[in-house]
Design a protein around this ligand. Structure first.
Ligand code: MOS
Length: 751
């Protein structure tokens, strides 16, 4: 892939020494040499292995389990079923906080989806546990599985996503449609998609007595999860330690507690030995979340000039029979384009499926996929170039609320991306371009957009006697490069080189860094680290300023500048002293600073905050066979201050590749007779491999944001998914003339 196009980086107004550098990943060498230790790589002494037996029906109840046969198998130590499952301190049928879903932990003999745990077999070896589970010979009383729109139970939800409104209306929709010259309707369905992290969900659970618990597990939200486990097991939060130094992919699925892991922890407590559990690939298709299916309809009213007069986005979103996570797809239409009237509404649909959850740009991905196709159809109906149409309907302020944007360099993203892609001169009509082999060529685009959520976070920075620093926060590097970018932020605040800063993270007894999710980890944990660094410097300056032997004596009111391991008088930078000298003379071995990120609610209310981008796609379609190849993707993104352009580009590439995956590959196929997922494996559930991924380019458009947070950092993790899906579908339409109505796009839809 020709990936490294040089791109300008936004200068940051106040700082600029360390951040902005394209440092390589701190954990990169450990990972590529196989020395990174993942949860299931831990083998404490006396370890037992746990395996879940899972349901093969989608709805009904378990009527028989041959526990005696399983227990008689050599090596099997215990079999847990609803009959002997040890008690929990929190009712698993009751939601526990925002991310605390109802979970199945053998609380009854009911079956609510395929691959639901129905027993846990614990043995001396993994093989014995697997064989024991196979001997259970479970019998069921099965009811018909509810698998789709026609047999699911519809309901009006209280919320979508994690607590977002299910119904949002701005302006007068009827008046908007009445004023329209034409109305364009678009129907899009999106499938169930599974996170499919390379590292399966696993845990090694060790109890010390009955009330101290250590967990090795991949986890996106260490302190939040620690607190939740404490509630489930009825012990103080400080008695739970979660270690998650490395994470082999999370994508949202490792921020939420799940049944199999809780069962393994229960087993370890009951058996008084460490227990390891790792789900098989197939077992990940059920109890650990997925992106829920949607059926979306968009109606756009358009006036004679091509302006949107009304925008109605209706979505039906699938969830399980027992929990309410609904993909917030319709919300994507609330903040993308100007319209005097917008209605976004979601209907729930109960199916016999595992509960969906957040996955790679939850809501925004599915919703913008449908919206961007609808926008393309609208441009088409107006006889306009899709970019021209988007510029005509550009939202100068947040639609509906009228709030100003904290920053929005989307116009620049459009123009930079279009220029790099070569959009100018694109024929308006479809089926106009062919390559030298006779393949139909199409160009399409989509707007990328993602909000900027932040999580409360804390951090600690310690300046040590030798002039180096230790910075600590319970953050998570799940592949995005957090360790590196966060260390850069801390180093900058401390006036040190990143090499002089030791970064500790990935353990739950460090200061809470919030959730590695929502594309908000760098901003949240980064702000806390920045503040901790500044606090440490302020304390050091206080020591020096009060010391008559220091060249900085009396600098208190004037202030100091921290740079290259020295404090300098602000008004006379020639007067300076090194951190090590200050500490040595004052007889201190260290100075400790602390910092918090707490969002300024008034600012968060006053400004509309989004990362923005534009994605351009080229596809080639075989006119006889309908085979689609994406040949080029160009994304231009503006996301405030860029801490590490190398890592950020990598995030954009990843996002765009997932977008390609959404457009052309991913879908779980449910057997309507049984409710079983027929492709619960990585050979039949398709994700893109290298040969599917074309030239991908990411342009980093400079953007300065003075309001989103004091460092001006927005999010980059998920936005790449959002514009890409629509861009590819629209390119397929441009190549073939076929407007698709479902994802992924299939050959049979193009013939
Ligand atoms: Mo995510 S779906 O923000 O981990």
């Amino acid at each position: 892939m020709p990936l490294d196009s040089p791109a300008p980086i936004a200068p940051y107004p106040r700082h600029g020494s360390n951040s902005g550098q394209p440092l390589t990943r701190r954990d990169g060498e450990l990972k590529v040499t196989g020395r990174a230790t993942y949860a299931a790589d831990n083998h404490p002494a006396d370890l037992l292995y746990a395996v879940t037996a899972v349901s093969s029906i989608a709805r009904g109840r378990v009527t028989a389990l041959d526990v005696a046969a399983a227990k008689a198998h050599p090596g099997v130590v215990e079999v847990f079923t609803p009959a002997n499952r040890p008690p929990l301190a929190h009712d698993p049928d009751v939601k526990l906080g925002m991310f605390g879903f109802r979970i199945e932990v053998l609380q009854d003999d009911g079956v609510r989806y395929v691959n639901q745990p129905i027993a846990l077999v614990v043995a001396e070896t993994l093989e014995a546990a697997v064989e024991g589970a196979a001997l259970l010979n479970q019998q069921y009383e099965a009811q018909p599985a509810r698998t789709g729109l026609d047999d699911g139970e519809r309901y009006a939800p209280a919320a979508v996503g994690v607590g977002a409104p299910a119904h949002t209306a701005y302006g007068d929709l009827d008046a908007g449609f009445a004023a329209a010259d034409q109305i364009v309707e678009t129907d899009i369905t999106t499938p169930a998609q599974f996170h499919n992290a390379m590292e399966p969900h696993s845990v090694v659970a060790q109890w010390d007595g009955d009330d101290h618990l250590t967990l090795d597990m991949g986890n996106q939200a260490l302190v939040m999860s620690r607190d939740a486990y404490a509630v489930y097991f009825g012990i103080p939060a400080q008695n739970v330690l979660i270690r998650s130094p490395f994470l082999g992919g999370g994508f949202g699925s490792k921020a939420i507690l799940n049944g199999p892991q809780i069962l393994a922890i229960l087993a370890a407590r009951q058996l008084k030995r460490p227990v390891k559990l790792a789900l098989s690939r197939a077992q990940m298709y059920g109890p650990v979340g997925h992106r829920g299916r949607t059926w979306q309809r968009l109606r756009l009213g358009l006036d004679g000039e091509g302006r949107i007069t009304a925008l109605h986005h209706q979505s039906t979103a699938a969830t399980s029979s027992f929990e309410d996570f609904l993909e917030p797809a319709a919300s994507a239409s609330l903040h993308a384009y100007a319209s005097p009237a917008i209605l976004a509404e979601t209907q729930g649909l109960r199916l016999d499926t595992g509960t969906p959850g957040p996955m790679r740009a939850p809501g925004e991905a599915s919703g913008s996929a449908a919206l961007e196709v609808a926008i393309d159809a609208a441009a088409d109906a107006c006889g306009m170039d899709p970019l021209e149409f988007r510029l005509l309907n550009y939202a100068e302020t947040e639609p509906g609320t009228g709030r100003p944007y904290s920053s929005k360099a989307l116009r620049e993203c459009y123009s930079e991306g279009a220029k790099r892609f070569g959009w100018a001169g694109r024929p308006l009509q479809p089926r106009q371009m062919r390559d030298e082999n006779g393949m139909l060529v199409g160009w399409g685009m989509g707007t990328a957009l993602f909000p900027c959520p932040h999580f409360p976070a804390e951090a600690r920075a310690t300046l040590r006697a030798d002039g180096t620093a230790l910075v600590e926060t319970a953050g998570v590097d799940m592949g995005q490069g957090a360790w590196t970018a966060l260390a850069q932020i801390a180093a900058e605040a401390l006036g040190l080189d990143p090499e002089q800063v030791e970064f500790r993270s990935g353990v739950s007894d460090l200061p809470d860094a919030g959730v590695a999710g929502g594309s908000g980890h760098t901003a949240s944990a980064g702000l806390a680290l920045h503040n901790a660094g500044e606090d440490a410097i302020a304390r050091l300056a206080e020591l020096a300023g009060a010391d008559p032997a220091s060249p900085l004596f009396g600098a208190g009111n004037i202030g100091v500048v921290a740079r290259a391991g020295r404090l300098h008088r602000r008004d006379d930078e020639g007067r300076s002293e090194s951190y090590a000298d200050i500490l040595a003379r004052t007889g201190k071995s260290m100075v400790v600073g602390t910092g918090r990120m707490a969002r300024d609610d008034a600012a968060a209310q006053a400004w509309a905050m989004y990362s923005n981008g534009a994605v351009f796609a080229e596809v080639k379609v075989d006119p006889d066979l309908g085979v689609v190849r994406v040949t080029r993707l160009v994304g231009a993104f503006a996301a405030g201050r860029i801490i590490n352009p190398r890592l950020v580009r990598s995030q954009y590439y990843g996002g765009m590749i997932w977008g390609l995956s959404f457009a052309l590959h991913e879908a779980a196929q449910t057997d309507r007779r049984t409710g079983r997922i027929m492709n619960a494996d990585l050979s039949e559930y398709r994700v893109p491999v290298n040969a599917d991924v074309p030239s991908v380019e990411a342009i980093l458009v400079p953007e300065e944001d003075r309001y989103v947070n004091p460092l001006g950092i927005k999010g980059v993790g998920e936005i790449g998914v959002t514009g890409t899906v629509g861009a590819i579908a629209n390119a397929v339409r441009h190549a073939t003339g076929v407007r698709v109505s479902r994802f992924p796009i299939r050959i049979e839809d193009l013939l």
